[in-house]
Design a protein around this ligand. Structure first.
Ligand code: GDP
Length: 268
């Protein structure tokens, strides 16, 4: 994987052609504030150090270890994200991975809004052979999430994976619903799923969700379809880890984010 636009931008930065570099970085989907920070930091430091340091902030933690540190069961993870980013697919992929690690996940369709959302998640549950919580359209997602937690209370190795509703617009109603889910389910980990192709708008998504519910980690989807790469530099602004990158449509396409592997795509 090589991100030509960013590579070109960094070459311009090294030649002190700041305006051209800035334009190329913006076109590659790097948020303006981050472009400015990188330009500033690269004035008196080696560019590769500046970039590596940023990518290091995104390194994936060991999810298995995090869950085991949770100490009480179930470990509850809730997934947020704008419509279409690949949230439901990501929940199913994390579920498969947890099964392989010996955990006992339950899928929770707490998107009771979008037609087909419940069936989409329950079909994954059936394929993966894991339990799911019964849900119905129009029901209160927070009470479904609460039920799932209660049912698994004290069950060793249980992990509750809550899929939530996303809309194109992050309206107040939706955010109030998300806040209620968090209040009631008290998740151990709040994951925001973002699409690598989002471009600069990722900033608005992160800040919208972060203000409403607090974001602990990201999953970045569709990296297989992204030839720009700007999303990771934009996300480095938040100093929070990328739990996984999603690199395709099949269940096994989740990968950890490793700065060492990615720096080459920007600089080599
Ligand atoms: P949601 O609305 O956020 O829950 O999105 P979905 O999980 O329904 O996914 C939306 C579309 O994106 C589906 O067609 C998925 O197959 C596709 N998708 C999800 N993750 C990836 C990925 O990593 N790569 C590619 N190429 N497509 C993906």
């Amino acid at each position: 994987m090589v991100f030509e636009g960013i590579k070109k931008a960094f070459a311009k930065l090294r030649e002190h052609k700041d305006d051209e570099a800035r334009q190329l970085l913006l076109e590659a989907g790097v948020a303006l504030e981050v472009v400015e920070q990188i330009q500033l930091e690269a004035k008196d430091r080696e560019l590769s150090d500046v970039i590596y340091e940023r990518l290091k902030l995104l390194e994936s933690p060991d999810l298995e270890a995090m869950i085991n540190q949770g100490r009480s069961w179930p470990y509850v993870m809730v997934f947020f994200g704008v419509n279409g980013v690949g949230k439901t697919t990501a929940v199913a992929k994390v579920c498969k991975l947890l099964v392989l690690k010996g955990f006992k996940p339950t899928l929770v369709p707490a998107d009771t809004y979008r037609a087909g959302a419940i069936e989409q998640l329950t079909a994954h549950a059936t394929k993966l052979g894991v339990p799911f919580v019964q849900s119905r359209y129009g029901a209160d997602p927070a009470s479904i999430a609460y039920e799932a937690k209660k049912t698994n209370m004290g069950k060793e190795n249980s992990v509750v994976l809550i899929d939530t509703a996303g809309r194109v617009e992050m309206d107040k109603n939706l955010m109030d619903q998300m806040k209620k889910i968090v209040r009631v389910a008290q998740p151990n980990l709040k994951v925001l799923v973002v699409d690598a192709l989002t471009g600069n708008a990722v900033i608005r998504q992160v800040e919208g969700y972060d203000q409403a519910v607090g974001v602990d980690a990201f999953i970045v989807t569709k990296v297989d379809a992204d030839n720009k790469g700007g999303v990771f530099l934009s996300l480095s602004k938040y100093k929070r880890p990328v739990l996984f990158v999603s690199n395709g449509q099949d269940y096994d396409s989740l990968q950890p984010f490793r700065a060492k592997e990615w720096i080459g795509a920007y600089l080599q």
